[in-house]
Design a protein around this ligand. Structure first.
Ligand SMILES: Cc1ncc(COP(=O)(O)O)c(C=O)c1O
Length: 448
């Protein structure tokens, strides 16, 4: 696909943009209507009576459907949240310890944080992603602001770019996390896609990726998943990252990394940050959105960071001053608790060490689920090549099951997943693998 041409994915994105623009146009219209005392009301007298019911979010809606199911064997593999072998949500021991320390510290107060968040948290987050010895940090070329988890960091970065960057087009991989196009479109960027996944090999379409980025307009923004690509579980090799970097820098494309799974993919924090560090090492500029939802299990605490790496310390400090103007009218300043947990863990050598052990255990359990599912399908003689289950990395497996097969598995086996065939390996356990394998076997041998 040529980036300028109109693929089905681009058409869907255009429709999304029209839909989103339509909502604000409709809102303006309603503002006018509600000004009139006789119009804009339904039979019950509500000024909102004209609203159509919005569809459920494609990912969170899976959980809504799962919650309604009464079957004792129901299984939710839709949402990307870690579960223990017993199928329970996990609060890391080190998080409990950090919270204990915080609660027992009577000097702590609940004052507002600065607009950019907790200073320690920001410094330590930058070190975590760029490396303790990063020249960009030592030269004060990085500005880091605490944001509302990964999503909020992406949104603040996108709002900043829409306001201050000369190119408004962002290229996102096809496929990508379902919220990406919405976050970027609503921030005012124009979204285009680049080839990423090859359904035939269930691996990376590296040639397509290089061709699309090679014909992107100079200066365009490119969203890159730092590791554990969601939904495909397919990452470039380090050699491929080096080529992507060379191509992007030669064309002046601006990298915007989404790092939602650092440490969760390989079990090693440094290894999972290599893609980002390859780009930062060349002295060029980039943005990075970090999330602590998965790697510290802090999902609901909404803790994350946006870093912008600049050419000079002076530019970085001016960028930060403008980021404050973006953040202040959005949510004023970020919440204190989650960031305090993270800072407590990152600055204490023992707690940091214990975190890496617990993180590795989560990553290892997911890797073991991959092997168990692969073995279960092999032992059933399920038709097809399922080796991608053990080759893909991170929280998700992009199974290759189609939407009819997914619907069959939900109806007959009470297994819930997104309709694109993505399953969260973190939601599986040794107990539930046979049930999933039976369902997949039945779906590919019996379903249409
Ligand atoms: C690729 C990717 N980016 C960002 C996020 C954002 O997550 P959160 O806002 O919970 O940190 C997710 C979560 O699933 C994700 O998969």
């Amino acid at each position: 696909m040529q980036p300028g041409s109109c693929s089905p994915a681009d058409r869907r994105l255009s429709a999304l943009a029209r839909h989103l623009q339509g909502s604000s146009a409709a809102m303006d219209h309603r503002t006018t209507l509600s000004a009139s005392p006789t119009s804009g009301f339904d039979a019950a007298g509500s000024v909102f009576g004209h609203l159509a019911r919005a569809p459920e979010d494609p990912i969170l809606g899976v959980t809504v459907a799962y919650n309604k199911d009464r079957s004792p064997v129901k299984l939710n593999l839709g949402v990307g949240a870690y579960r223990t072998e017993e199928g329970k949500p996990l609060v890391l021991n080190v998080v409990r310890r950090a919270e204990h320390t915080l609660v027992n510290d009577s000097s702590r107060v609940k004052e507002y944080l600065p607009i950019v968040g907790l200073a320690d948290f920001n410094k330590l987050s930058a070190k975590l992603i760029f490396g303790a010895d990063s020249p960009a940090i030592q030269e004060n070329r990085v500005t880091t602001v605490q944001c509302l988890s990964g999503t909020g960091s992406l949104r603040v970065g996108a709002e900043f770019l829409a306001k201050h960057y000369h190119q408004r087009t962002i290229y996102i991989p096809m496929p990508t996390w379902g919220n990406h196009p919405k976050v970027f479109t609503l921030a005012g960027l124009s979204v285009k896609t680049y080839h990423y996944y090859d359904p035939a090999t269930r691996g990376l379409n590296f040639q397509g990726l290089l061709e699309d980025l090679g014909s992107a307009p100079s200066g365009a923004i490119v969203l890159l998943h730092a590791c554990a690509h969601n939904p495909t579980g397919v990452d470039p090799t380090l050699g491929q990252w080096a080529q992507i970097r060379q191509l992007m820098r030669s064309k002046g494309l601006l990298p915007f990394f989404d790092s939602a799974y650092q440490g969760f993919a390989s079990g090693n924090l440094d290894e999972d940050a290599q893609s980002v560090r390859i780009f930062v090492a060349d002295g060029g500029e980039c943005l990075v959105a970090q999330s602590y939802a998965k790697n510290m299990g802090l999902y609901g605490e909404r803790v994350g960071a946006l870093s912008i790496v600049c050419k000079t310390a002076d530019v970085a400090s001016r960028v930060e001053s403008q980021l404050k103007l973006v953040i202040r009218p959005m949510y004023s300043n970020p919440p204190i608790h989650g960031a305090s947990i993270v800072a407590t863990i990152l600055k204490d050598r023992n707690m940091f060490h214990d975190w890496t052990i617990e993180l590795k255990a989560m990553a290892d359990r997911i890797i073991s689920m991959r092997q168990q599912l692969f073995d279960a399908l092999s032992s059933r003689g399920t038709p097809g090549d399922w080796s991608h289950i053990i080759k893909q990395i991170g929280m998700f497996t992009f199974t290759g099951l189609n939407s009819e097969q997914v619907a069959f598995m939900t109806k007959e086996y009470h297994i819930y997943m997104t309709s694109d065939g993505r399953i969260s390996m973190a939601g599986l356990s040794s107990r539930t693998v046979p049930h999933l394998a039976d369902a997949i076997h039945a779906a590919v041998t019996r379903a249409v």
